[in-house]
Design a protein around this ligand. Structure first.
Ligand code: ZN
Length: 334
């Protein structure tokens, strides 16, 4: 029922976004076909340092001269905001309340792409539709950023996911180390799109990056100090976070937010919780909290909310939500 409500609400939001992106687009563009071909190798996310010769046409910006950035989902919006601040105007394609895993864009979701300066997606298979969307946008000036590019991706071992052609675990933004890579790629793209404000983007990037670093150092020490290393959550979104800190996750659902666990899977989890003295089950707002509750009841644990940052949640920033996640996980291990 909740899902139905979310979908209806999401549809409404889509209309609003479509209207906003229509009204945001300004006058016509001069043709600069060179843009996409400067970087070597496979293209997107690569730096094209030498593209100072007007890589982006000023007339394609908003009336206030801001860069128009399209992003796929909430974590990408947070990262772009952290670096671009008041020099960017962001449109989020996947509306809050919609699972990125389930999302399939309709034409009206993508209108913004044809006039955007930069398009940011996370990659590793969570937005399987991006390639076609970029092609359909037919925007020669668009700088496309695969934010996770260059990251050491975690290979999926789940047979079901491999069957769905999802080769890697996509949840890299939930790791501080993963976030550092994504934010760096985003910063490079903003500099490329708007070289005259390079210092501004570099400074914002450095500030944000040191906040990520500080948080990482703080929790590295904390997690080293506890003996218990494993926790149980709703969907297995925390593989990269676990790698950062030498932790281990077990999930109520598979990594792909679809389907509920069988009775047999549930029994395995119950045993796991009992054997490992798990006292907290983490649940996400969008992924069947009832299953987490059932499991918690079975083993006498409590349920805590954890953020996947796939959607806007509780009006909190990226750093607030990650800090919240880390502190709750840490508390559950003490
Ligand atoms: Zn997810």
């Amino acid at each position: 029922m909740l899902k139905k409500f979310l979908k209806r609400w999401a549809a409404l939001l889509l209309c609003v976004i479509a209207v906003v992106s229509f009204s945001a687009c300004s006058s016509k563009r001069v043709d600069q076909a060179e843009e996409n071909s400067t970087s070597g190798g496979s293209g997107q996310g690569g730096r094209t340092e030498e593209s100072n010769t007007g890589s982006t046409d000023q007339t394609a910006r908003t009336e206030e001269g801001k860069l128009k950035i399209s992003v796929t989902f909430n974590a990408m919006k947070e990262f772009v905001e952290a670096v671009g601040k008041d020099k960017v105007e962001i449109t989020t394609i996947i509306p809050d309340g919609t699972e990125p895993h389930d999302f399939e864009p309709k034409a009206q979701d993508l209108v913004g792409l044809s006039t955007a300066n930069v398009f940011v997606y996370s990659g590793l298979g969570i937005e399987a539709w991006v390639e076609e969307a970029v092609k359909a946008a037919d925007n020669a000036n668009l700088i496309t950023v695969e934010a996770s590019k260059g990251a050491n991706a975690i290979v999926n071992t789940d047979a079901e996911e491999i069957e769905k052609q999802v080769q890697y675990n996509p949840h890299i933004w939930l790791s501080l180390k993963g976030a550092e890579i994504e934010v760096k790629n985003i910063k490079d793209a903003l500099v490329q799109a708007d070289p005259s404000n390079q210092d501004y983007y570099e400074e914002n990037y450095n500030n944000f990056n040191s906040q990520l670093e500080n948080l990482y150092n703080e929790y590295k020490e904390k997690f080293q100090s506890v003996e218990k290393k494993s926790f149980v959550t709703g969907h297995a979104a925390f593989g990269y976070l676990c790698r950062d800190f030498g932790l281990e996750q077990n999930s109520v659902e598979d990594t792909f937010a679809e389907g509920e666990p069988s009775a047999q899977q549930l029994a395995v989890l119950v045993n796991y919780c009992k054997e490992n003295n798990v006292t907290t089950i983490f649940a996400e707002e969008m992924v069947s909290p009832d299953v987490s509750q059932t499991l918690a009841n079975e083993v006498g644990a409590k349920v805590e909310t954890i953020y996947t940052i796939e959607s806007g949640e509780d009006n909190k920033t990226y750093l607030e939500r990650v800090t919240d996640n880390l502190s709750k996980i840490y508390d559950s291990l003490k």
